[in-house]
Write a protein that binds this ligand. Structure first.
Ligand code: GTP
Ligand code: MG
Length: 545
């Protein structure tokens, strides 16, 4: 494709007027196209802060744009806690009391903070599931995404678990394959200093991306670190025999050695501990109901390959599969059914209806956290098999579910829970970028792209060139500046996304794809703890993500 630079001499004023006219024409055409186009499902309730679509993105980006500031650190509001209850209280009364308490809690947040509060979980049943999981757990694993762990860490939950419920809490910094070792170390430092009572572990369920540019720092999952943390905390609970972990590690090591051998011979990936169950001789394929490809609104990504330069990592998600199955081996504590089979309304609101197993030999580990942080993937990695359903779209796990560590190691029970969003002042744009809100439900994804463009040079990461926007003109204006609108438009042209009826660049679709690339880690947006860039101990290289 040929581009012509200033082939015809042009006055600056004339060019500006031309550009202005062109932009307003495009805007009108696009709005009309979007209204016409039924393929764009922009019919939802999200009313994002109206970031100016046509405002130039700040370039260069300030070096500390990704450093967490005090606003986000102060950002969380209190969480709803289960009102005190008595065993002899009738179920209906407790149910009604919880309902009233929760309604008042939501109303208070709305009246005190109004629009300043981002999206948060407003469904009592989902909070009830959290309450239940916290009640039945002996150890709580709070899973956070390492790309912005403060965003995913509600201090109210930390205080509630550690102080009100007096239960040990392990913070799992998850998806560490997406950040550099320096960023990881800085976050570990941050949490150690800020929350000294917290046990911290790191994890990634993704295998290293061999040979992929921009993923040099990917490393094998370190499940042993997590197991070590669990073992130590288990010992402090006084429940059951901690030798279960030695047995687990023995099985794991045996299996890993086998895998390493087959890796040398046949190229299997070391580290996911796939087939731990095979290692213990208990293949339970008969329980696998079905394996199917994710069939949500994921098609946008699945039909695309992505750039591999800079911070843009390869798309590995397209090949992921989802497994649905019931856990027939759950012990008698509670739900035995698959997520699909148990409606939230079936959840027993009253603890007396569903007493936790008082057996002190059983250790229950509950995984909690925001949606999409990788709770279910972590459970699958620990179990060594795809027992619970995983999705790139938030909100996959609908009901909590208990699973034994392995068929032979039944004294440890893992409990997966639905992710829920804690109320906070974090902007909704950030909530979308951090993956806790469904991208497909964002009414104006280009506004979120504008927010993104203030954090990273999105046009560079996408390999966009301004010439693509000026093909019909003779030149690129000298004062051209990228805006969210132009990023989305250029990306739509680059991808060949045009609206069906009008043939204009489909910026809804391209913006959607950009946001998915962020949530899935194809474009890495990795926030840093306060002082990361200003700390003299750290060198320039940390500026890379
Ligand atoms: N890169 C990377 N992606 C991960 C990792 N763990 C999980 N994911 C991806 O993150 C997405 C969400 O994973 P899930 O395990 O379903 O997350 P969840 O916390 O159970 O989500 P909900 O059920 O919605 O609460 C999926 O696309 C996973 O493949 C990880 O360690 N690294
Ligand atoms: Mg899940």
């Amino acid at each position: 494709m040929d581009f012509y630079y200033r082939a015809v001499p042009f006055s600056h004023a004339k060019k500006k007027a031309q550009l202005k006219e062109r932009n307003s024409r495009k805007r009108l055409e696009r709005d009309a196209a979007l209204q016409d186009d039924e393929e764009n499902p922009h019919d939802t309730d999200v009313d994002f802060m109206n970031l100016p679509l046509h405002q130039p993105l700040p370039r260069p980006i300030p070096p500390n744009a990704l450093e967490i500031d005090n606003e986000l650190l102060r950002g969380f509001i209190d969480m709803p806690k289960r009102p005190p209850w008595k065993f002899d209280e009738p179920t209906e009364e407790l149910d009604e009391r919880e309902r009233r308490y929760f309604e008042e809690w939501v109303a208070k947040i709305d009246s005190e903070h109004g629009d300043k509060v981002g999206y948060f979980e407003r469904d009592l049943e989902t909070w009830r599931q959290l309450w239940r999981v916290l009640e039945m757990s002996n150890i709580v694993l709070l899973v956070v995404d390492i790309r912005n762990p403060v965003f995913h860490f509600p201090p109210s939950l930390y205080h509630h678990v550690m102080e009100d419920l007096e239960k040990p809490l392990i913070l799992v910094l998850n998806k560490i394959d997406l950040v550099t070792p320096e960023t990881l170390a800085a976050w570990v430092d941050y949490f150690r200093t800020t929350y000294p009572a917290l046990v911290i572990s790191t994890f990634s369920s993704d295998p290293p991306m061999k040979g992929a540019k921009g993923r040099k720092n990917a490393r094998p999952p370190d499940i042993r670190g997590l197991v070590e943390a669990l073992k130590t905390v288990h010992a402090s609970t006084g429940r059951g025999d901690t030798s279960v972990w030695e047995e687990y590690v023995r099985l794991l090591t045996e299996h890993t050695t086998d895998t390493a051998r087959s890796d040398r011979n046949g190229g299997r990936t070391l580290g996911r501990f796939e087939g731990l169950e095979e290692a213990v001789g208990m293949v339970r394929r008969k329980h696998h109901k079905k394996i199917r490809r994710e069939e949500e609104d994921d098609d946008v990504l699945s039909e695309d390959s992505v750039e591999k330069d800079g911070q843009v990592a390869p798309d590995t998600e397209n090949t992921r599969e989802t497994v649905h199955q019931s856990d027939d081996d759950s012990h008698g504590v509670n739900t035995e059914a698959s997520e699909e089979e148990v409606a939230a309304s079936d959840y027993p609101a009253h603890p007396a209806n569903d007493l936790s197993d008082p057996n002190p030999a059983i250790l229950t580990i509950g995984l909690v956290g925001h949606p999409n942080v990788g709770k279910s993937s972590l459970i699958n990695a620990i179990l060594g098999t795809s027992r619970v359903s995983v999705s790139r779209t938030p909100g996959r796990t609908k009901h909590f579910q208990t699973l034994h560590l392995s068929p032979t190691l039944r004294s440890v029970v893992l409990c997966d829970s639905p992710g829920l969003v804690f109320p906070s002042f974090a902007p909704r744009e950030l909530q979308v970028l951090m993956g806790i809100y469904k991208v497909a439900q964002v009414a104006e994804p280009w506004n979120v792209v504008g927010y993104l463009g203030r954090l990273v040079e999105v046009e560079r990461l996408l390999g966009l060139r301004e010439e693509i926007l000026f093909e019909k003109d003779d030149c690129v204006p000298l004062d051209f500046k990228w805006t969210a609108s132009e990023v989305c438009e250029a990306f739509a042209i680059q991808r060949g996304y045009f609206t069906a009826r009008t043939g204009y660049p489909d910026i809804y679709r391209s913006a959607n794809l950009i946001l998915r690339m962020v949530t899935e880690g194809t474009i890495v947006v990795s926030f840093k703890p306060p002082g990361f860039y200003t700390d003299s101990q750290r060198n320039q290289s940390q500026r890379k993500h």
